[in-house]
Design a protein around this ligand. Structure first.
Ligand code: PEP
Length: 252
């Protein structure tokens, strides 16, 4: 049985004081209201990683970054390495978010290197995949997502891929208020698991958590998370409000 995971992706939002207040609110609500064994991860902007880590110390909430460099170290002004994240220590990192793929031209080969750097420093990547609207409308969404998984992950050994979390996030559902139906989510999650099983065997495929992301809200979380292959969610907008985020966690 896979543990349910709910990860919040704050993107480029909040000041330091606001980040501290939001983390406090989430922690307090989780302590008083969340009784089930859900893994909660807060993926916050780089400048807040240290303080959020300190705030979450000794709690069940973990901290993640939203990206890391494909390079180990060196003359890459403005970049942040996996080793730096590990030194805080931050245990999780989102890689290949569609906003990174779209605005920062992150492609399969680059993401494969980022995954390697993260794993080399014992970080758990939350590897994102998902199709834009025009691909869904053309009917080639399954092929594209399979390709994203192959390009970013299939160079890994079975042992290494077993350390990952995958997030399926249809681009047309991110920040749009338009959620994939439970059937659409379950269908794609099953496609991803089948692809993993074909390469690594059923045991490995069954062990990898696959999260759904795209306008997850308190009123749709429970239904989405009850699909057999949906192991929780990656939550953007709704993770910026403690009340909504914790209600989503309770849906898991
Ligand atoms: C995201 O960006 O990872 C995301 C799922 O955003 P939202 O929940 O706002 O659609």
């Amino acid at each position: 049985m896979r543990t349910k995971i709910v990860a919040g992706n704050w993107k480029m939002n909040k000041t330091l004081a606001e980040a501290k207040a939001l983390t406090n609110e989430v922690l307090n609500l989780c302590i008083s209201e969340v009784k089930s064994a859900v893994k909660v991860i807060l993926c916050v902007p780089y400048p807040f990683l240290q303080s959020t880590t300190e705030q979450c110390e000794g709690t069940t909430i973990a901290v993640g970054a939203q990206n890391c460099s494909e390079h180990e170290s060196g003359a890459y002004t403005g970049e942040v390495s996996a080793a730096m994240l590990k030194s805080i220590p931050v245990p999780y990192v989102i890689l290949g978010h569609s906003e990174r793929r779209q605005y920062f031209r992150e492609d399969g080969p680059m993401l494969a290197k980022k995954v390697d750097r993260a794993l080399a420093h014992q970080l758990t990547p939350i590897f994102c995949c998902g199709e834009p609207l025009e691909i869904r409308e053309k009917g080639t969404h399954e092929a594209l997502v399979r390709q994203q998984i192959q390009e970013g992950l299939f160079h890994l050994s079975a042992e290494a891929i077993g350390k990952l979390i995958i997030a399926y996030e249809p681009v047309w559902a991110i920040g749009t208020g338009k959620t994939a139906s439970t059937q659409q989510a379950q269908d794609m999650h099953a496609v991803i698991r089948k692809e993993l099983a074909a390469k690594y065997g059923d045991k490995v495929a069954q062990s990898i958590p696959i999260l759904y992301g795209g306008s997850v809200k308190p009123d749709n979380a429970k239904e989405l998370f009850s699909c057999p292959d949906v192991d929780g969610g990656l939550v953007g907008g709704a993770s910026l409000k403690a009340r909504d985020f914790v209600d989503i966690i309770k849906g898991a």
